[in-house]
Design a binder for this molecule. Structure first.
Ligand code: PLP
Length: 446
């Protein structure tokens, strides 16, 4: 109650906006949209660098990062200037602009196995299109994916993703991500476990039905990069002739310039991108091998080759505003490679301070952190597989921590990995670590 009162005093305008929003919006806050109704929502008045300010005048250090696009921090001057310039030239035209060409060139040159790029409007679309290309290419329909990996909100992208798992540990069975899922999306999915090398034998069993294998090389839910596993998977897909698709929607240009595949030195046939490549505007892309990516044709015309091509459209795909923001972001990252070294140093520095805080207190908490990603797990057990991690986690504690941190003016997403940006200073890291200690003490006292 003490805690609730403190909050209610701190953020009356946000709570009022939340109540107003509930009258007309299906998902009034980010947490409502993705997980559950947020008890202490923040409505953002403005954001810049690594900070947010709400409508009550509270300022927060932000570790939410808009779920990933803001690697450079909010309102980076280089990106804002590019958006202003492009906006003045008339926005979407459905005809053609220079920025889409420049963005495609930058994307293709960042990946060893990318010959061409297809632009779209979200990570969801990117994965959906990559799967469609593979189905057209292979003339087979089953998609192999991994438990706990979210690939956007399409029917198939959500199968056996967040908090959803079923069947045996070694032979998971697919389960719909939500009500309203077409049964074909579930039946047409083979579910595997990230990190389970023997489990990959199931790809061999199902090879004749598979269109592709899709996974996050560095899963956001676990924050790890299993290079031997990825290497084995790559070799098996090559042997079986099954396209390997990396979903680097979050890790792309965040874990490294390019993505986690650059760190692992394991390269897929198609890579799905989003978030960072749009500089904060809605964006997605598929990059990859010419023979696969050329399966897509983006015009529906009388001469359309229905027998040999798949369709990819989108009024806003490749729009000048998004592409200008994306090009400005990627150019800045490319010209300043030290940003990535600094981000990893900062990640490890903050992680060390946070681990020290938990070890000095009677609290079971494990932290996975690398390349700007942080994932906290209130549990005694070291978890290998996604389902073990979900089973052992105290989610109430995770959510409570986000709220306590909010009281101490640090904004964490309630249940998503939290993300550092290049705008966070060393002083910010100390402030975050200090707030973390205080929040743990608050939690232990309550
Ligand atoms: N793939 C992954 C790994 C994601 O984390 C997300 C979104 O969080 C998506 C795909 C979907 O991207 P979007 O929300 O842009 O549709």
């Amino acid at each position: 109650d003490r805690f609730t009162q403190a909050f209610t005093r701190q953020m009356p305008a946000s709570l009022n906006l939340r109540d107003r929003a509930r009258q007309t919006l299906v998902a009034p806050t980010h947490a409502d949209r993705y997980f559950f109704p947020s008890v202490f929502p923040v409505f953002v008045r403005e954001a810049s660098g690594g900070r947010l300010r709400d409508f009550d005048g509270n300022e927060y250090i932000d570790l939410h990062g808009g779920y990933g696009p803001h690697l450079l921090g909010y309102a980076h001057p280089v990106v804002t200037a590019a958006i202003r310039e492009a906006a003045g030239r008339g926005l979407v035209n459905g005809i053609g602009n220079t920025h889409e060409v420049e963005l495609a060139e930058r994307l293709v040159s960042a990946f060893p196995t990318a010959d061409k790029a297809l632009l779209c409007n979200s990570g969801t679309e990117a994965v959906l299109l990559a799967i469609r290309m593979c189905r057209g290419y292979r003339r087979r329909s089953v998609v192999a994916k991994f438990e706990g990996h979210y690939h956007g909100f399409s029917d198939q992208g959500m199968v056996s993703s967040w908090f959803r798992f079923s069947g045996d540990r070694a032979r998971p069975t697919p389960i719909a991500g939500c009500l309203g899922t077409a049964p074909g999306a579930v039946d047409g999915t083979l579910v595997l476990q990230y990190g389970d090398m023997p489990g990959l034998a199931r790809l061999r069993e199902h090879a004749d039905d598979l269109a592709c294998v899709v996974l996050e090389p560095m899963p956001t839910s676990l924050v790890c990069l299993d290079v031997p596993f990825l290497t084995e998977l790559r070799a098996l897909c090559t042997e079986l002739g099954i396209p390997l698709v990396f979903d680097e929607v979050v890790s792309g240009f965040r874990a490294a310039y390019g993505g986690a595949q650059i760190i692992a030195d394991v390269h897929p046939d198609l890579t799905c991108l989003g978030k960072v490549i749009g500089g904060g505007l809605p964006c997605g892309a598929v990059v990859g091998r010419t023979d696969l990516i050329d399966m897509a044709k983006s015009s529906q015309d009388p001469f359309y080759d229905y027998e040999n091509k798949v369709f990819a459209g989108g009024t806003f795909s490749g729009n000048s505003l998004t592409c200008a923001a994306g090009v400005a972001t990627l150019r800045h990252l490319d010209e300043n490679p030290h940003i990535y070294t600094q981000l990893e140093d900062n990640t490890q520095r903050l992680a060390a301070m946070m681990r020290e805080a938990t070890q000095g207190r009677d609290i079971a908490c494990r932290l996975s952190a690398r390349n700007t990603f942080f994932s906290l797990n209130f549990s005694h057990r070291e978890a290998g597989l996604y389902r073990e991690r979900m089973a052992g986690s105290n989610f109430k504690a995770t959510i409570a921590l986000a709220y306590y941190m909010r009281k101490h003016k640090i904004h964490l997403p309630e249940l998503h990995a939290f993300l550092l940006s290049a705008a966070h200073t060393t002083e910010n890291l100390d402030q975050i670590a200090h707030a973390f200690e205080e929040s743990l003490d608050d939690m232990l006292a309550d």
